[in-house]
Design a protein around this ligand. Structure first.
Ligand SMILES: [Zn+2]
Length: 316
């Protein structure tokens, strides 16, 4: 199977609205307090996110920040397009960054894994070398199985949503919240707060959060469906859902609205030191849950190889 090189693919991009950080902190904190018993949003110096418990491929989330979507759900639904296999090492450059880090949520490289899987891309390209801390999770008879990808294996299949930056340290949002009292998951709460405040001006963010206490509902994609998946309920019936335990490290990117590039608005995948991971839907232990996040604003949105024939199915 040929890996698609992003320099041969269509890439579109758009500037994003950049609210003042202090104003955003107020907007996000007040929305979180509607959905959690306790919430604080502070602007802090980014800790070294290469360290445990995060294990990112670069130290920070700053410098020429972008959100990017590669491919899209129409490459999976209604039927898989096996020719859509992308080289993630090239994606920072496709976003204008010859050196950079990328983290997010995608479909694993089935030619290597041997089947469909969830991927947690987490890699960096720098003059000093490449780092690849990406994981995949598959559905097995015994349950889900998480595996670290080899250093050289940085392909993603079908679709990927990611946050890209120079990976530098700098000011970021530190968000801590506990005990969910509302219905929104952590990221939807932030995304909808930005949409309510900024309306048609698209604001996008990305980074890492950790579910430090409680459990979460995730899905893992099983083998590709041989029958066409025609609606959200058929997709949900095909997916395998699990309840997984904290601590979970979650890689996320989200946009308050679509900047006209057919973006999926939020996508979060998680991994752990205890072998559980997948696509994050929500915590399942509202009275126990505890989130800690380090997020940054994106300056631009990049869309790589957007499927020409698109739809809204399967974007949850
Ligand atoms: Zn996913």
């Amino acid at each position: 199977m040929t890996t698609l090189e992003t320099n041969t693919l269509k890439v579109e991009n758009s500037a994003l609205y950049q609210p003042p950080q202090v104003e955003m902190a107020v907007v996000l904190e007040s929305a979180l307090r509607e959905n959690f018993a306790e919430a604080t949003v502070r602007i802090v110096d980014c800790p070294d996110l290469r360290q445990e418990p995060f294990g990112l491929a670069a130290a920070g989330l700053c410098g020429s920040t972008r959100v990017v979507e590669v491919g899209g759900v129409p490459n999976l639904v209604p039927l898989v397009k096996r020719d859509r296999l992308y080289n993630l090492w090239d994606v920072p450059a496709a976003c204008g960054l010859p050196e950079g880090m990328l983290l997010g949520a995608g479909a694993g490289p089935w030619p290597y894994v041997g089947k469909n899987s969830e991927m947690m891309p987490n890699l960096s390209v720098a003059a000093s070398g490449r780092v690849n801390n990406s994981y995949v999770v598959t559905v097995e008879k015994s349950g889900m199985v998480q595996a670290k990808l080899p250093e050289h294996e940085a392909r993603v299949a079908l679709l990927c949503n990611a946050f890209v930056s120079k990976g530098e340290q700098g000011k970021v949002f530190e968000i801590v919240c506990k005990n969910r009292t509302g219905e929104e998951n952590f990221i939807s709460c932030l995304r909808k707060a930005l949409h309510n405040r900024y309306q048609d001006r698209t604001v996008a963010m990305g980074g890492v959060f950790r579910i430090e206490a409680g459990k979460a509902r995730v899905h893992v994609m099983p083998e590709f469906s041989e029958t066409p998946l025609q609606c959200d309920s058929e997709v949900a019936n095909w997916l395998q859902f699990y309840e997984v335990s904290s601590p979970l490290v979650c890689l996320t990117s989200f946009l308050s609205s679509d900047p006209g590039l057919d973006f999926r608005l939020e996508h979060t995948h998680c991994f752990s030191a205890h072998g559980e991971g997948g696509h994050y839907h929500c915590d399942t232990t509202a009275d126990k849950v505890h989130y800690r996040a380090y997020l940054n604003l994106a300056e631009r949105a990049y869309r790589v190889d957007a499927p020409a024939a698109t739809h809204q199915i399967g974007r949850n």
